[in-house]
Design a protein around this ligand. Structure first.
Ligand SMILES: [Zn+2]
Ligand SMILES: [Zn+2]
Length: 857
């Protein structure tokens, strides 16, 4: 789609772009299918399907046909799936098959709602009663009865212009639908619809007019935040142009005047409602300005229109400033019974009409297909003094269209006898539809990505399409234009561009291109807001609540063992008692591990994405305790040091299981000094794998050890291994000397011997602190500094390397990695060295005393 970027309201509001897929997956297809008004004028009925929702705009009949033939192609749609039918205005070609749809299709079986504006609904009722009366007269091909019309009438919902209506939710689709109506000019109550389905926007214009007139507010492009993606637009007049209004009015009044002057009668066939009101206002005004005409009667023959004048009076507040100001001065322009009016309404046919002398008669129907207008045409056609003025658009196949070709005779409605036509025929368009200039200007202002032309005859439509294409090409606007036939489905693939406004503290971040902004995406009333969770309540009124999660587990190991594993995983933990006095360990300030019973443990945390993740890992750690090799080691190994040193927890807070302090919920920080360091844990880990592990520091080797266990043991071990290796080296050296005389090989052998010597030196006197792993006669040193491994035996080296890798992944506390918790940079193992050194000085051991703990478990 054509991206149109608009600034959000307010300067402090940043606008962030959301990936469309990130929200609703907007790559779906929208389908627009015309059941009528596809390359024709009449029986408007447009189906919009998107995201499982179905909206129908208009349900009209074709004025050139009668009975079933006049209906749109209703069978193409399963009407029970329709969410809403929106009626733009009361004209028969937009509203007259609504009763049929509501009463005679399976629409009733669904949950669809019908909407029309208040004035449309008020007029619709009278108009449909009249439609039933006219269409059933002398015909048994009636579509529905008046009682059926009245039965469905009460189910029609009405709305005010610009009122936003949210459709009831659907049971089959999560997509939400809302629509807003905007004044369309054209006739009283006519509107266009801006329909939004899951964020995709469709403007359905219906019939519309942007021309100022006496009584209606013209259509204007609304001041919307974002242009519609799709515009379904009428194209009645194609590329034709209307004459300027004042010239047209002068032409009209002059024509009426000249017909009257030659002693003729003027016939104005009109739709009962719509342009008729405008023409009456023009004539009334003209008569008032021309006293010489005032003895000539202007008849307005329409019982329907007269009934509807009440509606017009009622909705004066929705009309033009001209009408409203007259009304404010006490003049009701639609009250033709008032003293100063020259209009004579006739609500009981033409029996009271005196046409012996010149007169003006406005009568319906506008198409001259039947009724009063046709009756008068047939009566007046032979007299050349008389004149017929067609003022509106006529569809193909109706008398109003046929007679414009000025045939010498016309067919009488009853019996088909030929009647001579000598009366003059003129066409002055007072159409309330846009012409090319108005339509193209309006489309330019809307600037949709897709334009679907409807409500136009094929030639008008294709000319309009060609003209618009040229226009768009010149401006390099990439607008797709479609002119579907009836029943044809237009499939629109478009990606909706979604905007989210960043509010609150997020909006204060200076945005640069390609900088991601993260926050909570709040979708409300079709708009998206990006917020910091802290601002949620202030900006959205949404309240937050906490969910306390609780998991109970059977515990078969000791509380101390649980602590040991948790500390290993998360580093520092707080320990104490909760409000109920239950011994509790708090992990990473979020998850509480509680000893609820001797053989039961509960894990509690406040629900949330991060917290749930931590709780999951705590759960995994606790569940994994029994099977862990370290645990096994802990409970079975009799480490040589375990009796000789006080365990490092000696100065720790009293173990929770035996604490009787009533001070509830107060967590004490464990002293960092008594926690096993990562180095301790690495050593313990390697120990659990290999059995014989020790920490060797060069500075201790250089000075004679003062009876320290570690140094002593190291000393002994080093000697032992050195002797074994020496023997082996001798044996190795003797072999090649006997078998091979090759110089190169001897050279290689010397190199190997050098390497062995280097390794032996390394073993005897490491240059930096190492953790030494011994396996039978082999050894491997893990350098504390960078965790590289040196060994005299490659398989052992590999094995130690992989164990170190696993160990480091496990012994690095999550707290050191979690953002916002602890420092971003974890201390290196070398940093741990001084702590260990301190402990050795105090306790004589480099290893944490976990085994001691296990023994007591
Ligand atoms: Zn219309
Ligand atoms: Zn229409």
């Amino acid at each position: 789609m054509a991206p149109v970027k608009r600034k959000g309201p307010g300067d402090t509001v940043g606008v962030a772009q959301i990936s469309p897929e990130g929200i609703t997956g907007l790559d779906d297809e929208m389908e627009v299918q015309l059941l009528g008004a596809g390359q024709e004028v009449g029986r408007s009925c447009c189906v919009i399907r998107y995201k499982g929702r179905t909206i129908v705009c208009d349900a009209g009949v074709h004025p050139a046909f009668s009975g079933m033939a006049a209906l749109p192609f209703l069978d193409e749609l399963d009407w029970s799936t329709v969410d809403a039918i929106l009626i733009t205005h009361f004209h028969l070609d937009h509203a007259a098959c609504l009763t049929y749809v509501m009463e005679k299709t399976n629409f009733k079986e669904g949950n669809g709602v019908v909407y029309m504006s208040h004035p449309t609904k008020a007029v619709y009722r009278y108009l449909m009663s009249d439609f039933v009366r006219v269409s059933t007269a002398g015909s048994d091909d009636n579509l529905f009865t008046e009682s059926e019309m009245l039965a469905s009438f009460d189910q029609i919902q009405s709305f005010d212009f610009e009122q936003e209506i949210l459709l009831p939710p659907s049971s089959t689709s999560s997509a939400s639908v809302r629509f807003t109506s905007f004044a369309a000019g054209h006739v009283l109550g006519a509107c266009m619809f801006l329909i939004e389905v899951a964020g995709a926007r469709v403007l359905y214009t219906g019939d519309y007019s942007t021309e100022e007139d006496r009584h209606l507010v013209p259509a204007k492009v609304p001041n919307w935040e974002r242009p519609p993606d799709v515009m379904i637009c009428e194209s009645t007049y194609g590329v034709q142009s209307h004459e300027p209004r004042l010239e047209k009015e002068a032409q009209f009044t002059n024509l009426v005047r000249s017909i009257l002057k030659r002693g003729g009668r003027v016939l104005l066939p009109v739709f009962a409602l719509g342009r008729a009101q405008e023409l009456l206002l023009i004539l009334d005004e003209y008569w008032a300005e021309h006293p010489e005409l005032q003895h000539i009667p202007i008849y307005y023959v329409s019982s329907l229109a007269i009934k509807c004048m009440d509606v017009y009076r009622q909705y004066i507040h929705t009309m033009s400033p001209n009408v409203r100001s007259k009304f404010a001065r006490g003049i009701n322009p639609f009250d033709f019974k008032r003293k100063d009016s020259f209009i004579r309404p006739l609500d009981r046919g033409i029996s009271k009409l005196n046409d012996r002398n010149p007169c003006v008669v406005m009568a319906s129907p506008g198409f001259l297909t039947s009724g009063v207008s046709r009756e008068l045409l047939e009566k007046w056609a032979p007299d050349p003094r008389n004149g017929l003025i067609i003022t509106g658009y006529s569809v193909e196949g109706v008398m109003a269209r046929t007679i414009m070709n000025e045939p010498t005779e016309i067919a009488a409605l009853n019996g088909g006898a030929k009647i001579a036509r000598r009366l003059s025929v003129d066409y002055i368009s007072f159409s309330a539809h846009v012409d090319y200039t108005q339509n193209s200007k309006f489309i330019d202002e809307v600037m949709p990505s897709h334009l679907i032309l409807v409500h136009g005859e094929v030639n008008n439509m294709s000319r309009l399409r060609a003209a618009l294409k040229t226009r768009f090409a010149e401006r390099k606007n990439d607008v797709q234009i479609y002119t579907p036939r009836n029943v044809e489905t237009v499939k629109l693939k478009f990606r909706g561009e979604r905007m989210a406004k960043a509010l609150g503290s997020l909006a204060q971040t200076a945005l640069t291109p390609a900088t991601p902004l993260s926050g909570l995406l709040v979708s409300k009333d079709f708009s998206y807001t990006l917020l910091s969770p802290a601002d949620l309540r202030e900006f959205t009124g949404l309240s937050t609540s906490l969910i306390l999660q609780r998991q109970r587990l059977a515990l078969s190991v000791s509380w101390d063992l649980v602590r040991w594993h948790l500390q290993g995983m998360y580093g520092k933990i707080k320990e104490g008692r909760d409000a109920e006095g239950t011994p509790t360990m708090r992990v990473m300030e979020t998850v509480d591990v509680k000893m609820t019973d001797k053989h039961e443990l509960a894990i509690e945390w406040v629900g949330g994405v991060t917290n749930d993740m931590i709780a999951d890992s705590v759960l995994a750690v606790v569940l994994g305790i029994e099977g862990s090799p370290a645990s096994v080691k802990k409970t079975t190994d009799d480490h040589p040091h375990h009796h000789s040193h006080p365990h490092p927890y000696a100065e720790a807070p009293t173990p929770p299981a035996t604490t009787d302090e009533p001070e509830a919920a107060k967590m004490e920080d464990e002293e960092a000094a008594v926690l096993p360091t990562r180095l301790d844990r690495l050593i313990a880990f390697l120990d659990s794998y290999f059995g014989q592990v020790e920490l060797i520091r060069p500075e201790e080797l250089s000075t004679p050890p003062a009876n320290g266990d570690v140094a002593h043991e190291a000393d002994v071990d080093v000697k032992g291994v050195a002797e074994e290796t020496a023997v082996k080296v001798e044996a190795d050296e003797s072999e090649p000397a006997e078998k091979v005389e090759d110089k190169a090989e001897a050279e290689a052998e010397r190199e190997a011997a050098k390497e062995r010597k280097r390794l032996e030196d390394e073993r005897q006197r490491p240059r930096a602190p190492v953790i030494r792993v011994k396996l039978d006669e082999h050894w491997a040193d893990v350098k504390v500094e960078d965790l590289t491994v040196v060994s005299d035996y490659t398989p052992l080296q590999r094995r130690v390397e992989s164990v170190v890798q696993i160990a480091m992944a496990i012994v690095t506390p999550l707290s050191a990695l979690a953002p916002g918790k602890g420092s971003a940079k974890a201390p290196t193992l070398a940093d741990d060295l001084h702590k260990v050194k301190k402990r050795v000085a105090e306790n004589g051991s480099a290893l944490p005393a976990v085994q001691e703990e296990a023994a007591s478990a």
